[in-house]
Design a protein around this ligand. Structure first.
Ligand code: DTR
Ligand code: CA
Ligand code: ZN
Ligand code: ZN
Length: 450
């Protein structure tokens, strides 16, 4: 085993090394040190955390996205329609915002009406890949206008919720996927293409799809899709808690992208603030606005611009959207927060073979997070001698630290690794090796925090 040539730590006197050796020997004699400690069976030390509450979605951010979509339409012939440059420019805007904050995005291409169409799919790393919650909105407009309420409103609210997930570093039990559909105005073409191209296994992993098409109507009503009861309840309870009455959406079937998922047997839900139907007197009494006037008088018209939005409606529906994503994404059993540690001391052979310290993780469903914390506490007189690896339950190895010339003492730090590809439950190991002679130490303990 190599010995470091001429790079001894000046602070490292023979006396200091001898004292440490005696310390280790003394600890061994007292039975405090074991070579491969039995896996720590300490479960989550934190109480099972209730599902975290969704953050408020800033309406200013949502409206900033609408302004960008308006500019895109203005700069591309006045619309963002399928097959026109304004649509692809809209998709590029949304994709860039998501790529910038760590989403895994993909653009799915299809053809309709002789023109190329595109869906944008954005996966938030982590969560149980076998339990997927999707939220989506069609991004295309009709050819006659910029489509800011129909459906910039849904697109912007879904985008801002996805960005809020990233801002929060949110790690739900389920896997979150967001989608922006092409060619909805031609008959839900993009979403149907997506669902039809899922394998049956992929389809079975989608626990629910939430649709948001026209959620900022200027003469708004508050309609909740009358489809999956559990999803419907999440929305209705949220509005009830805010003192906002809702009605079930009776016209919705087949009228937007949720139909593509419902037809495949996937539970669906969503929100709608109304299109060309007229608001009744009774509805005006409970919601405000104007009776005898369409919920959105600019439906499919050139006047569907940024002026065609009711801020209160869009703020409420955006917050309800985020609430549903946080609530439905939490997973069936609220994931216990959780620290799993092994505090047994393990001596590290000087210039010798690697040692391992196991931790048994239990009680977690699905995969580990994309930001798994690995707390390490090693006492050593020359930390540059040390190579440290995290070994997942399936045996895959992640390098936490390489050897180097750092002559300092000890390694007391927390590493963050993307372990979202690993199942959480199982025996994880910290593997430590001292690759140079003359200095030695021991693993004092280590901890995984989910
Ligand atoms: N077809 C949608 C607008 C629409 C009409 N009724 C509903 C009900 C639920 C969602 C959407 C709609 C469009 O023009 O995009
Ligand atoms: Ca808000
Ligand atoms: Zn439309
Ligand atoms: Zn629409």
């Amino acid at each position: 085993m190599p010995t470091r040539a001429g790079r001894r730590n000046p602070r490292r006197s023979p006396l200091r090394r001898a004292a440490l050796g005696a310390g280790l020997a003394g600890a061994l004699a007292a039975g405090l040190l074991t070579s491969a400690a039995a896996p720590a069976t300490a479960g989550p030390t934190a109480p099972a955390a209730p599902a975290a509450a969704a953050p408020d979605i800033p309406i200013a951010n949502v409206k900033a996205h609408l302004s960008r979509l308006q500019s895109i339409a203005t700069g591309n012939g006045g619309n963002r329609a399928h097959g026109r440059p304004g649509y692809r420019a809209s998709l590029d805007y949304v994709k860039a915002a998501l790529d910038a904050v760590g989403y895994t995005t993909s653009v799915q291409q299809f053809t309709s009406g002789g023109a190329t169409g595109y869906n944008l799919i954005a996966d938030w790393p982590g969560g149980d890949p076998n339990q997927v919650i999707m939220a989506g909105a069609h991004l295309d407009s009709v050819g006659s206008g910029p489509g800011i309420n129909d459906n910039g409103s849904g697109s912007a609210a879904v985008l801002e919720t996805a960005l809020a997930v990233a801002r929060a570093g949110h790690q739900p039990g389920k896997h979150l996927r967001f989608a922006w559909w092409g060619a909805e105005e031609l008959g839900m073409v993009g979403s149907r293409y997506y669902v039809n191209n899922l394998s049956s296994a992929e389809r079975s992993r989608i626990d629910g799809y939430l649709n948001f098409d026209m959620i900022g109507s200027p003469n708004a009503g508050y309609f909740v899709y009358d489809d999956d009861p559990a999803i419907e309840k999440v929305f209705k309870d949220w509005f009830a808690a805010k003192g906002v009455p809702t009605e079930i959406e009776t016209e919705g079937d087949g009228r937007s992208d949720h139909a593509s998922f419902k037809n495949a047997g996937i539970p669906v839900g969503g929100l709608f603030t109304g299109a060309s139907r007229l608001k009744t007197t009774a509805q005006a009494r409970k919601w405000g606005g104007t009776a005898g006037r369409a919920f959105d008088p600019c439906y499919h018209s050139s006047c569907d611009t940024t002026a065609n939005i009711d801020d209160t409606a869009l703020d409420r529906t955006s917050d309800a959207l985020a609430h549903a994503v946080w609530t439905l994404g939490a997973g069936t059993a609220a994931q216990p927060g959780g620290e799993f540690e092994n505090t047994a001391d393990v001596p590290i052979p000087d210039g010798g073979s690697a040692v391992e310290s196991p931790v048994s993780v239990t009680g977690r469903s699905g995969n580990a997070p994309s930001a798994l914390k690995v707390g390490v506490d090693i006492r050593h007189t020359y930390r540059g001698d040390l190579v440290i690896d995290l070994v997942a339950p399936d045996g895959s190895v992640r390098r936490l630290k390489d050897s180097d010339d750092d002559s300092g003492d000890d390694v007391v730090t927390t590493y963050t690794v993307d372990a979202s590809g690993e199942t959480a439950d199982g025996t994880w190991k910290l593997r430590v090796r001292d690759v140079y002679r003359q200095d030695t130490g021991y693993l004092d303990g280590w901890k995984l925090t989910f």
